[in-house]
Design a protein around this ligand. Structure first.
Ligand code: PGA
Length: 238
């Protein structure tokens, strides 16, 4: 079983969402675990579908006067089971820090929502051979003072920033190197095993190659997630 997470980002309007939900009902997951991350305004439309639902973000504050924010407890009250945290677009455009991400993870865990923590290096980091160092810092900050039990309820997504939406993907060896680096680091520090996904330009054409990488527990799909026929094709190839 692999996780297949569909991150819509800020896409799809209401009419299209209604069609999407109808088509979603026809998807054959082949025993894989499919989770949809639509825009928050559509979460309730997805809650009653046969698939699990996640949010793309959650507030780092518990509740109160934070206009425009959505809290972990509000998400929980809808039945949301997962939430992305620290996606590179949040880090870049909304200046999210590892400390913010740590607060979000704590609130999500308190509310029994599984955080999907996104980590990954920029092209600059990659070119200066700093990938592992950057990921180490992201994990250190995001997981600060969490317990082993907390870590057991968390998923990590390795998403190289330069691979997101670019059509470029790392080699299988590169992905494998980072995935096992993360798994070993977590095991060393928390004595628990963690699931690690890969994300960044995965599609129905390159999945044949990517799936040969050892250690991948699933995929976080962006662009492709908007086209369920492609998602289905990808699942059939897993
Ligand atoms: P992509 O996005 O599949 O379009 O590269 C992945 C992501 O941002 O999660």
């Amino acid at each position: 079983m692999k996780y297949i997470m569909l991150n819509h980002k800020m896409n799809l309007e209401y009419k299209t969402i209604k069609k999407y939900i109808k088509q979603l009902a026809t998807i054959d997951t082949k025993g894989h675990s499919l989770i949809v991350f639509p825009s928050d305004i559509y979460l309730t439309n997805f809650i009653d579908s046969k698939f699990m639902v996640g949010s793309q973000n959650a507030s780092s504050n518990k509740d109160g006067a934070y206009t425009g924010e959505v809290s972990a407890s509000q998400l929980r009250s809808l039945g949301v089971q997962y939430s992305l945290v620290g996606h590179s677009e949040r880090r870049k455009y909304f200046k999210e820090t590892n400390q913010d991400i740590n607060k979000k993870i704590r609130l999500l865990l308190i509310n029994k929502i599984i955080p999907v923590l996104c980590v990954g290096e920029s092209l600059n980091d990659k070119n200066s051979a700093a990938t592992k160092e950057v990921i180490f810092r992201q994990l250190q900050g995001a997981l600060d003072k969490l317990s082993s039990k907390d870590i057991e309820n968390l998923i990590i997504a390795y998403e190289p920033v330069w691979a997101i939406g670019s059509g470029q993907i790392p080699t299988n060896e590169e992905i494998e190197g980072v995935i096992f680096y993360i798994k070993d680091l977590i095991y060393k520090n928390f004595k628990v095993k963690v699931h690690v996904l890969y994300g960044g330009s995965v599609n129905e054409n390159n999945i044949d190659i990517i799936k040969q990488t050892k250690g991948i527990d699933g995929y976080l799909l962006g662009g492709v997630s908007l086209h369920l026929d492609k998602v289905q094709e990808l699942i059939y190839k897993l």
